[in-house]
Write a protein that binds this ligand. Sequence first.
Ligand code: HEM
Ligand SMILES: [Cu+2]
Length: 526
Amino acid sequence: MSTAITHDEAHHEDHRPSGILRWVTTTNHKDIGTLYLVFSLIMLFVGGIMALMIRAELFEPGLQFMDPVFFNSLVTMHGLVMIFGAIMPGFVGLANWQIPMMVGAPDMALPRMNNWSFWLLPFAFALLLSTFFMKGGAPAGGWTMYPPLILQTGDAFPFLVFAVHLMGISSVMGAINIIATILNMRAPTMSLMKMPMFVWTWLITAFLLIAVMPVLAGAVTMLLTDKYFGTSFFNAAGGGDPVLFQHIFWFFGHPEVYIMILPAFGIISEIIPTFSRKPLFGYSSMVYATASIAFLSFIVWGHHMFTVGMPLAGLLFFMYSTMLIAVPTGVKVFNWTATMWRGSLSFETPMLFAVAFVVLFTIGGFSGLMLAIVPADFQYHNTYFVVAHFHYVLVTGAMFAIVAAVYYWLPKWTGRMYDETLGKWHFWLSTIFVNVLYFPMHFLGLAGMPRRIPDYALQFTGFNQVATIGAFGFGFSQLLFVYIVYKAAHSGEKATDRVWEGAHGLEWTLPSPAPYHSFSTAPTVE
Ligand code: HEM
Ligand SMILES: [Cu+2]
């Protein structure tokens, strides 16, 4: 096998086009990983600019800069761009770079499909973002696209649906590729229970993606036929039911939130052992906890719709099943803490972000538990409390994990170190401002401020101003991140192969920067 691959490698290396064509035609997992990560970063700033416009409008009560419909478009597009454009492609980029290196493979199993998975995304987002310039404006019904409101979208509507279809196809193809790579391309000595946690969490995430992206595609297709082809799936006047959409959407939506957090769990499970200089505590319980969370994520969707008027049995079922997720999640937080316990700790930037993840993600988990209590949710639903909850799990959870991963693996990708002092600045600025931004939203929600509104009652002014200051601080701190990555790639100090003293795993046995075709001969795993 090794000779065949060596030949192949020489062949590819010879005929690799240069310039823009290299990126358009590439089938290499590292190139495609870079494309995904750069795309994710661009979308982070596109979605971030929308967020800052939202926060600028909310700095004071009354209408300042925009009309309410445009405000609602910003909220909707911010959600769609961040979820499908920033967080998900960020994790797929990391999967592309890391999974072949971590399982001892030369590349992904299906390289041509890999190219196609990525290149659908710029088209999907060009379509989506172009809706800002269409008659009737960009979609304004929220990222959850509930009918009948979303059906009032103007010319943008079919573009929204088609963009969602493209994102879904991209995700499903990416997931198939990841599953095929993990199951078929592992070094022969790497049994499933020897796989790194990042690989495990992505394997499970990929199955979630294949299970639920088609459900979302079905939901938006039904919206499309309701609007243009006379069906009445969600139209009560025609015998349908708008609540049906919420069921279908959240049957996708709740697993989706775990799609955005399980790979983060994997990253944290790689970083904490390295900087604790100890093996991960409770490896097999981590695997089973990930699988349990994935299973449970399919039976809790009703917690997003407690207020639609469902039967008591439904409320109780969704409340208790939701609370059950706290058990495997607690196992994970316990294991990370136990890994650090009596470890020989050091706090380089990836570790700082990982520790902040453990603390701040847990805050988001606790507010989630509060929301899972039915009578409490009747109060908090559709308030800023929900906004606080999901930003703790998504920003200080998913996004912090992606940032931690970039710091952790960047030396392996580029062969150069980032500037540790600047990294620490980036960490502290981000962590302080992110809390200034989101913590006050808990109080706003508890006091009754609704989400998705451009104006608010006078008594909410103070906390809103604090949040807006936090938002601009957090947003501008991310420019530092771009500078750090750029500087590292161009003029950073040479990195060693192992990079981190406590690092274990196959990727660290490769030179830094890692060769174009990661492993041309399968390595052996102890
Ligand atoms: C301990 C685990 C969690 C629990 C118990 C939980 C519970 C809940 C509940 C009950 C809601 C609905 C609140 C409402 O609309 O009234 C909610 C909303 C939400 N959660 Fe969580 N959650 C958990 C973890 C997560 C994670 C890990 C993520 C993402 C990474 C997440 C993302 C979201 C999002 C995006 C929403 C709002 C969706 C929307 O209405 O736009 N949650 N959560
Ligand atoms: Cu949920």
